[in-house]
Design a protein around this ligand. Structure first.
Ligand code: ATP
Length: 319
């Protein structure tokens, strides 16, 4: 289980800070796929880095905490907090970053990338035994063992993404984080990647977090999801509820902008642009684009309201 307690994170820039994540609070339960959606620049990738504790200058956590709850060798409960989550990388929590080509070493065969990563984080094993285990795992995931002999550039984009997912899940971590796992892939390949992620999650019965700007991805594979706007989590709930009974005006506009079979009406984007994260406005950050905004929205930050079972949203209209 992964728990975020009112976490804020920011980038140091010459003229101040970019407050990319603001007081985000939710948990990812065992045995579920949790989605994080929102427009480009709203802080999704930064939030994933915060969850993985991949905090390097200029990024810093300014307040709040992240907890990874897992079990030790004898089945005892163990909690890693931000600052120490790296001790549980690959074994308990793993991360599939955006852009499979850039994260793989271009001059190293896939096999050595598996060996290097696994031995670094899990102690060295007899190489032949390890190779047998890797081949068996690839076969389980319907990947040809020949990929091990390839250099990353010799694989298609979809195959590289599958290899990364296999690498990230080889040690059966209880939490897997994936950043835009289907972006820049064609529709058929995207479907294959989503099927693979669902299969792996069902097999490991673990927690998976998928960041995607594509609401279709969330509809297809997530159980619960959170909507981010300008660094804040403005709605969280079961995916079905988010799609069928969205509560925040921003979520409603996101859902209404989606094409539907049999509906030929003209779809419009959400007018306006998100606010700067350097100087975010007071009150509700969506107020300037919200058709229902009143004076209070522009002055007072809305509190989180429970609107259904496990379904919360932050909007003055709901109070
Ligand atoms: N290294 C950095 N230094 C300063 N600001 C940054 C840095 N990286 C990201 N940001 C800013 O932080 C904010 C959140 O960015 P982030 O990449 O997390 O958003 P995102 O929702 O994942 O967007 P995208 O889908 O385009 O990747 C943006 O305003 C972005 O410009």
């Amino acid at each position: 289980m992964l728990k975020l307690n009112q976490v804020s994170a920011r980038y140091n820039i010459l003229t101040g800070y970019v407050k990319a994540v603001d007081k985000v609070d939710f948990e990812v339960r065992r045995n579920e796929i949790f989605g994080i959606a929102g427009e480009s620049g709203c802080g999704k990738s930064t939030l994933l880095k915060v969850m993985y504790d991949l905090i390097d200058y200029p990024l810093e956590i300014s307040s709040g905490s992240v907890e990874v709850h897992t079990t030790g060798k004898k089945g005892e409960p163990v909690v890693y907090r931000n600052g120490e989550i790296h001790k549980s990388w690959w074994k308990d929590i793993s991360y599939v970053p955006q852009g499979a080509m850039h994260v793989m070493n271009p001059v190293t065969r896939v096999k050595h990338q598996f060996f290097d990563t696994i031995s670094k984080f899990h102690g060295v094993k007899d190489k032949r035994t390890l190779e047998h285990e890797i081949v068996a795992y690839l076969k389980e995931l319907d990947l040809p063992p020949d990929v091990l002999k390839a250099y990353p550039h010799q694989l298609s984009g979809g195959m590289r993404q599958r290899v990364l997912i296999a690498l990230a899940t080889f040690l059966h971590p209880s939490i897997v984080l994936a950043d835009e796992p289907t972006t820049a892939l064609d529709v058929v390949v995207q479907r294959g990647i989503l099927t693979m992620l669902s299969q792996v999650q069902r097999k490991l019965q673990n927690s998976m977090v998928i960041v995607s700007h594509d609401m279709g991805v969330h509809y297809q594979i997530t159980n619960r999801m959170g909507i981010m706007y300008a660094g804040q989590l403005i709605e969280v709930g079961p995916t079905e509820q988010i799609f069928h009974a969205p509560q925040h005006p921003y979520t409603k506009m996101l859902i209404h902008a989606l094409p539907k079979i049999g509906d030929n009406s003209q779809k419009e984007g959400i007018p306006g642009t998100p606010p700067s994260l350097k100087n975010p406005p007071s009150g509700c950050r969506f107020a300037a684009r919200c058709p229902h905004a009143t004076d209070v929205c522009r002055i007072v930050e809305p509190e989180r309201v429970t609107v259904g079972e496990g379904h919360d949203a932050s909007c003055h209209l709901l109070l």
